[in-house]
Design a protein around this ligand. Structure first.
Ligand SMILES: Nc1ncnc2c1ncn2[C@@H]1O[C@H](COP(=O)(O)OP(=O)(O)OP(=O)(O)O)[C@@H](O)[C@H]1O
Length: 251
């Protein structure tokens, strides 16, 4: 398999805090990889390092083998390194369709605004929001805001899509819908890095799992092995919960 994204010994410090500590990994084209770890482990910082929001203090970020360590956020976006945000922030006054069309104008290089809206309508159809296309984004329910966030990121023509807690706050039926959508996005060939606190969710979609703790990658591999790793049980899962995941056949 070809690595689409690679981090080599990446660290990032903020003052005295080592938010990301000597992290190395690759994402292969088309994979869905889960990233888990306790609050403050460095997950969001890692995404910010991949999308050019922060520059590593040390180490390298490679995209398709090209050194992109010092890229700016707009350059990362043009390369197709896209993310969703934990706190969903659409342009509230604009309609759902206009929100996605804005993403197309920025990342999709349409020949006209009309074309941007046409493509935006296709993204809304894909995520199941056609029926609220003309509604102001501010009036959407939480699950639909999350779908809008995904439609906006699809407008950016992502190659690697980083999903930050897209299932937080959803009920089980809404989570099933979101997981179905993530699988359909993956089938388009988009590589997915999913950051998720809900273990049952991350285990149901991830082909590989990585665990961050105090900024360092403490485990990486097949989900079943990672969940049984004593370091991961101690740092994150707790032995009771890890056993429950096994007994309920999640791993
Ligand atoms: N811009 C910043 N300036 C200073 N410290 C920061 C900055 N961004 C992150 N940190 C610190 O880096 C560490 C890692 O934070 P980060 O938000 O990446 O963790 P996280 O794993 O995403 O947490 P959560 O699951 O709560 O979102 C924390 O100690 C945090 O306070």
């Amino acid at each position: 398999m070809t690595a689409i994204l690679e981090l080599r010994n990446v660290s990032r410090t903020f003052g005295g805090i080592r938010a990301v500590d000597d992290v190395s990994f690759s994402l292969n084209e088309g994979e869905i990889v889960g990233l888990i770890g306790p609050n403050g482990a460095g997950k969001s910082t890692l995404v910010n390092l991949i999308t050019g929001v922060h520059t590593p203090s040390a180490g390298k970020v490679l995209y398709r083998g090209e050194d992109v360590t010092r890229q700016k956020p707009h350059q990362a976006a043009r390369r197709g390194l896209a993310r969703t945000f934990q706190i969903v922030q659409p342009f509230p006054e604009m309609s759902v369709l206009e929100n996605v069309a804005a993403g197309e104008m920025f990342g999709g290089e349409p020949s006209s605004y009309h074309e941007a809206e046409e493509r935006a309508a296709e993204h809304l159809d894909f995520v199941g929001l056609s029926h609220v296309a003309k509604t102001p984004a501010s009036s959407l329910t939480l699950p639909n805001r999350k779908r809008l966030e995904l439609a906006k990121s699809l407008a950016m023509k992502p190659k690697v899509l980083m999903l930050d807690e897209v299932n937080a706050g959803l009920n089980p039926a809404e989570i099933d819908g979101a997981l179905d959508l993530i699988s359909r996005i993956s089938r388009r060939g988009i590589t997915i890095l999913i950051i998720e606190h809900l273990m049952k969710v991350v285990l149901s979609v991830s082909q590989r799992l990585m665990v961050l703790h105090h900024g360092a990658l403490i485990a990486e591999g097949a989900p079943g092995e990672v969940v049984r790793d004593p370091k991961v049980v101690e740092a994150y899962l707790g032995s009771k919960f890890a056993k429950r995941l096994e007994s309920e056949n999640y791993v």
